[in-house]
Design a protein around this ligand. Structure first.
Ligand SMILES: Nc1ncnc2c1ncn2[C@@H]1O[C@H](COP(=O)(O)OP(=O)(O)OP(=O)(O)O)[C@@H](O)[C@H]1O
Ligand SMILES: [Mg+2]
Length: 459
């Protein structure tokens, strides 16, 4: 595999210093993060991970599950062995401490337990697999660069993954992927990120919704000529509910990012996924950027940033057309994504970049919005992909609108359940299957003139 050029580290440091020169990094502290060894080019260091199946591939990177972590050194690098240099006795702490004393984050990582990175390394090596009825599953995934013989691509990939590591070591939100450590040598081809493992991307979920919708639509008429319209409506209503829930969670993640004065720049279904509990997480922070004051363009209200950054079928017109842009650019991409989730199809994937530029950015065409959606949701999409960035809503108002929509759906069916559902919505680890089922079972029975079932949001 090709290596970076001799002056790469110097150039890369300049770029990374510029990335971290703004107020965000000044005002916040990085998280405590352990480092892990990987083979270096001379194979002088041992690999501490065993990798399992490849979970996904992007333009520069691929992600594999980590099936084992065998520690080969203590964190300070002086001592070896099995992690015994750390004085953390995990078993005794986890077995004897009451639940209240161990602060767990939403993926059961006992953040309050660790005094130093040695403790984290030891914990991660011992609890690398999660056990449930279905067997053992990897808790962590490794994001690393794809092997390439193209030096330019390698160097760009190294910069992107280093920028991503920088942002993820500062950002903390229940709907944003957690980085648990870094591995390998910074700015070298073996550099990698240790992330919580996700189980399905939003893109895969959307494909599943599209397949389910097809089946539901096809089953409208049975062989004997009976009409099964209700089945169809329930499937679609459930999907709309799931999509709105995902949209709400993502709007909270993006509201948080924007509140830090950061721009994400790559909202798309391939960059969000579901964790072990079904909670959506935004990942892939390679294009994240701080909106520093010196980049501000007073005339437009945008920022002078690298143009055409992100993925074409979701890119805001101002970004594509080389104008200054800012937080409304993420709102545009979000609007396209919400439309796609609710219509179970892609909006602009059939267009190449030049056609997209002409049709979407210049002629301002957008796909038709399903009139059966509530006027609130229709308005939210229309405003989010407005040609004028200054007319688009903020994620603060989008999150409020989506929350109201959610409340209304639940309320419409059973007014007494909102507070409990609200509680669910506010909690970071959500599973709405129980809510969907009861809400829509109830809706179906009320349409059929039968007694309404009592909704138990906990069922
Ligand atoms: N934590 C994770 N757990 C499981 N799979 C993941 C995880 N992170 C990423 N993936 C999978 O790997 C793919 C590529 O990851 P990612 O988007 O971070 O890479 P990238 O090269 O930066 O992508 P891009 O092409 O968008 O620049 C994702 O679309 C997803 O399928
Ligand atoms: Mg990606």
């Amino acid at each position: 595999m090709v290596q970076p050029s001799h002056d790469f580290k110097e150039r890369a440091h300049k770029i990374l210093d510029a990335v971290s020169a703004g107020d965000f990094f000044e005002a916040n502290h990085p998280k405590l993060l352990p480092t892990f060894d990987r083979w270096n080019t001379n194979k002088k260091k041992r690999q501490e991970f065993t990798l399992g199946e490849t979970l996904g591939k992007g333009a520069y990177c691929f992600v594999s599950e980590i099936t084992d972590i065998t520690l080969t050194r203590a964190q300070d690098g002086n001592t070896d062995a099995d992690g015994t240099t750390s004085s953390l006795d995990l078993n005794s702490i986890l077995n004897t401490t009451s639940d209240d004393d161990v602060v767990l984050d939403e993926t059961d990582f006992p953040v309050g337990l660790f005094r130093n990175t040695d403790d984290m390394r030891k914990y991660m090596s011992e609890y690398c697999l999660r056990e449930d009825d279905g067997g053992k599953h990897a808790r962590y995934a490794l994001k690393q660069l794809k092997p390439t013989n193209d030096r330019e691509k390698l160097e760009q990939g190294l910069i992107d993954i280093s920028i991503e590591a920088k942002f993820l070591s500062y950002i903390d939100h229940p709907n944003i992927i957690k980085m648990r450590g870094i591995a390998g040598e910074p700015l070298s081809p073996n550099f990698a990120l240790v992330l919580d493992r996700l189980y399905m991307t939003l893109q895969e979920q959307m494909e599943q919704w599209a397949a389910d919708r097809k089946v539901a639509t096809a089953s409208r008429w049975s062989l004997c000529g009976c009409y099964f319209g209700t089945v169809d409506e329930i499937v679609i209503a459930k999907q709309v509910f799931s999509a709105l829930t995902v949209a709400y969670d993502l709007s909270c993640a993006l509201r948080h990012i924007h509140s830090c004065n950061l721009l994400y720049r790559d909202v798309k279904p391939e960059n969000a996924g579901f964790d072990v509990r079904g909670t959506i997480k935004l990942f892939d922070f390679g294009f994240c950027k701080e909106l520093r004051k010196d980049l501000y363009d007073e005339k437009s209200g945008g920022y002078n940033l690298t143009i055409m950054t992100g993925s074409a079928p979701y890119m805001a017109p101002e970004n594509l057309l080389g104008k200054p842009y800012g937080t409304p650019a993420d709102v545009f991409s979000f609007g396209v994504l919400v439309w796609e989730m609710l219509h179970c199809t892609y909006a602009f994937h059939h267009l190449n970049i030049w056609a997209y530029r002409e049709v979407v950015a210049e002629k301002n065409n957008r796909p038709r919005i399903d009139k059966s959606l509530s006027s609130r949701v229709q308005g939210l999409i229309k405003e989010s992909w407005d040609r004028d960035p200054n007319k688009r809503p903020t994620f603060k108002s989008l999150a409020l609108l989506l929350k109201s929509e959610y409340q209304e759906i639940v309320n419409e069916t059973e007014p007494g359940t909102v507070s409990r559902s609200q509680h669910l919505m506010d909690s970071s680890a959500r599973s709405f299957e129980g809510v969907f089922t009861s809400v829509f079972e109830s809706r179906r029975s009320s349409k059929g003139g039968k007694d309404k079932k009592k909704i138990d949001a906990e069922s």
